[in-house]
Design a protein around this ligand. Structure first.
Ligand code: PEP
Ligand code: MG
Length: 569
C-alpha cells in the first residue's frame, strides 16, 4: 500500500483500477544528425507538425454533441500553439544549427516555451505551459507512430471503474475518455486552473492533480482510491483501508443526494434572513450550470475569458451575443458582467509590454480607461444585452472616485451612441464596483453613495492587504483570508451597504467555501457568489445558521482585531 498526496480539484471519491497513459516526451530519442541530414530532418519535423495539426482539426470538426462545452475552445488553444512559429521555426533552428534530431529539437523548444509560461504571474497563463507540453506530446506521438497516449487494450477487462493515471491529459485525450467507465483522473502535473481540472470539473469526475510522479509508481491494473476533496490517493490499499474508503464513498454519495434535495429550497437562515446565492461564470455556456444549481443571479461573469487565447478582439456583435445568451438563460434573474479585467501580465495576444510590477500596473479599469475604443465597444455590447433582461455592469480594480466618474462618462457616451443608432437598451442598468483594493474598502462612503452595488473580490483584496502574491506558491502560507485586517475591510464594506440599502456581495473564493459561510453571515453578508458546484454546500450552511448570534460573536472578535476560530462559531 502506498499513500500519495496531490491537489484535489474535483470533489468526490473514486475506487477503481489504474489505466496508465504513456508519456512520449519522457521517452524520446536524443541524437545528433549530420549536416547533410538537416533538410530531411527539418521536413520530418514539419510534416509531423502538419499531421498533428490536421488531427486536431478533424477532432474539432467532429466534436460529439455531448462533449464538454469548453472542448472546442481548448482544442483551438492547442491548434494555435501547434501552429505558432515560435515552436516550428525555433525547433528548425535547433536542427539546422545544433544538429539535434527532430524529437530533441521539439522537446527542447517546448521546454523553453514552458519555462516562459511558468514565469508568468497570472495563474491561468502559467498553466498554459501544460498545453505546450501536451501539444509537443501529440507531435512526438505522430513521429513515433503511436497516435494516442491511451493504451490500445485493457480498457474493458472486468466491470471495475477505471481511473486514468497520466503525466498530464490533453483536452483531445479527455474527449476520448468521455462517456467511458472512467471514474477519476490522476496526473503528475496540473493545477487548479489547468485544462485537465477544467474539463474534469465539467465532466464532474473526481480528479487529483499535481501528484509529482504517480505515473512511475502505478502499474496498469493496480487498485486505486482517490479522494478528490482532500487530494489523497492510495495505491493497492489494504482490505481495511479499502473498506473504510468504501464507507466514506457511500457516506459522501448520501450527503450529495441530500444536498440535491436543497436545490429548490430557499436560502434562508433559521432567523429568517434571506440570502442571495449567486454564481460565478467564465464562459456564457456555464450560465446553464448556474441555473441548474439554483443560482439567484450571476454574481460575476469574468468577461476577460471572451478576450483571451485569440489573436483578435471580440467585436461588439460577438460580445452582445455572448452577454445576451447569459441574460436569456438566466430568464429574468440579474446578470452581473464584469468589464474586462485584463492588462499587465494577462495580456491580449500580440501585446508585449511587461510591467515592472504587473499586479500594480495598468490593468482592469485602468487598462479600459486607457483604451476608450475597446471599453466603449464592450459597454455598447453590455447595454444592448440589457434590453433582454437585468444586466449589472461591474467595474474591476476601482480605487479612485475619478475612475468611477470616468466609467460613468464612458457609459453615458456608449448609451448616446446606441440611441443615435436607434438600438434598444434598458433604462435602469445598474453599475457597481469590485471592492478588491484596500483603499476603496477603507474609504468606502463616496463609492457606496455613487454606485448601485458593490462586489467584494476577496482574492485580490487579500493579496493587496497582506502584500502576498495570490499566485506565488512560496508565500501561500501567508495568504490568509482570516486575517483580522481582511475581515475588517469586508465588514466595513458590508456595513456601508447596510447603511445605504445597497446590494453588497462577495465574489472571491471565500464566498464558495462552506467552512466560511457562518463567519461571513456573522459579518452581515447577504449575497454570496461562487462556482455553481459550491452552491448547495453553502445553502446547507445558510439554512442551518442563526445570524444574530453569529453577528455578535464576529463583531466582538473584530473590535479587538482578534482572530476568529471558525470552530467556535
Ligand atoms: C477577486 O479578486 O476576488 C475576484 C473575484 O476576481 P478575480 O479572481 O477574477 O481577480
Ligand atoms: Mg480580482
Amino acid at each position: 500500500m502506498l499513500c500519495l498526496q496531490g491537489l484535489g480539484v474535483v470533489k468526490g471519491f473514486v475506487i477503481g483500477r489504474a489505466v496508465v497513459m504513456g508519456a512520449a516526451a519522457l521517452e524520446v530519442p536524443h541524437y545528433r544528425i549530420s549536416s547533410d541530414e538537416v533538410a530531411a530532418e527539418t521536413e520530418r519535423l514539419r510534416s509531423a507538425l502538419r499531421a498533428a495539426s490536421a488531427d486536431l482539426d478533424t477532432l474539432a470538426e467532429n466534436l460529439p454533441e455531448d462533449a464538454p462545452k469548453e472542448m472546442a475552445a481548448l482544442l483551438s488553444v492547442h491548434s494555435m500553439l501547434l501552429n505558432d512559429p515560435m515552436l516550428e521555426e525555433a525547433a528548425a533552428v535547433l536542427i539546422a544549427e545544433r544538429f539535434y534530431n527532430a524529437e530533441w529539437a521539439l522537446t527542447t523548444q517546448g521546454q523553453l516555451l514552458g519555462e516562459q509560461f511558468a514565469l508568468m504571474e497570472d495563474e491561468y497563463l502559467r498553466e498554459r505551459g501544460a498545453d505546450v507540453r501536451q501539444v509537443i506530446e501529440r507531435v512526438l506521438r505522430v513521429m513515433t507512430g503511436a497516435h494516442s497516449a491511451l493504451p490500445a487494450d485493457g480498457w474493458d477487462a472486468g466491470d471495475d471503474t477505471l481511473i486514468v493515471v497520466a503525466r498530464d491529459i490533453s483536452p483531445a485525450d479527455m474527449l476520448k475518455l468521455r462517456g467511458g467507465r472512467f471514474g477519476g483522473f490522476l496526473t503528475d502535473l496540473g493545477g487548479p486552473t489547468s485544462h485537465t481540472a477544467i474539463v474534469a470539473r465539467s465532466m464532474n469526475v473526481p480528479a487529483v492533480l499535481g501528484l509529482g510522479n504517480i505515473r512511475s509508481l502505478v502499474r496498469d491494473g493496480d487498485t486505486l482510491i482517490a479522494d478528490g476533496t482532500s487530494g489523497a490517493v492510495v495505491v493497492n490499499p489494504s482490505p481495511q483501508v479499502l473498506l473504510e474508503y468504501r464507507r466514506r464513498q457511500a457516506a459522501y454519495a448520501d450527503e450529495r443526494a441530500a444536498l440535491e434535495l436543497l436545490r429548490d429550497a430557499p436560502a434562508i437562515t433559521l432567523d429568517g434572513v434571506n440570502i442571495s446565492l449567486e454564481a460565478n461564470i467564465e464562459l456564457p455556456e456555464e450560465a446553464a450550470d448556474a441555473l441548474a444549481a439554483g443560482a439567484d443571479a450571476i454574481g460575476l461573469f469574468r468577461s476577460e475569458f471572451l478576450f483571451m487565447g485569440r489573436s483578435d478582439l471580440p467585436s461588439e456583435e460577438e460580445q452582445y451575443q455572448a452577454y445576451t445568451s447569459v441574460v436569456k438563460t438566466m430568464n429574468g434573474r440579474p446578470v452581473t458582467i464584469r468589464t474586462l479585467d485584463i492588462g499587465a501580465d494577462k495580456t491580449l495576444d500580440g501585446e508585449t509590454t511587461v510591467a515592472t510590477n504587473p499586479a500594480l500596473g495598468l490593468r482592469a479599469i485602468r487598462y479600459c480607461l486607457a483604451n476608450p475604443e475597446l471599453f466603449l465597444t464592450q459597454l455598447r455590447a453590455l447595454l444592448r444585452a440589457s434590453a433582454h433582461g437585468p444586466v449589472r455592469i461591474l467595474l474591476p480594480m476601482i480605487a479612485h472616485m475619478h475612475e468611477v466618474k470616468a466609467a460613468y462618462r464612458a457609459i453615458a457616451i456608449a448609451k448616446e451612441q446606441l440611441i443615435a443608432r436607434g438600438q434598444a437598451i434598458a433604462t435602469n442598468v445598474q453599475v457597481g464596483a469590485m471592492v478588491e483594493i484596500p483603499a476603496i474598502a477603507i474609504a468606502i462612503e463616496p463609492f457606496v453613495e455613487a454606485l448601485d452595488f458593490l462586489s467584494i473580490g476577496t482574492n485580490d483584496l487579500i493579496q493587496y492587504t497582506l502584500a502576498v502574491d495570490r499566485g506565488d506558491s512560496e508565500v501561500v502560507d501567508l495568504y490568509d483570508p482570516m486575517h483580522p485586517a481582511v475581515l475588517r475591510l469586508i465588514s466595513n464594506t458590508i456595513n456601508a451597504g447596510e447603511r445605504t440599502g445597497k446590494h453588497v456581495a462577495i465574489c472571491g473564493e471565500m464566498a464558495g467555501d462552506a467552512a466560511m459561510t457562518r463567519m461571513l453571515l456573522g459579518l452581515g453578508l447577504k449575497a454570496f457568489s461562487m462556482h455553481p458546484q459550491q452552491l448547495l454546500d453553502v445553502k446547507k450552511e445558510v439554512r442551518e445558521s442563526h445570524t444574530n448570534a453569529l453577528r455578535n460573536k464576529v463583531a466582538s472578535a473584530l473590535n479587538r482585531a482578534q482572530r476568529i476560530d471558525l470552530n467556535d462559531l
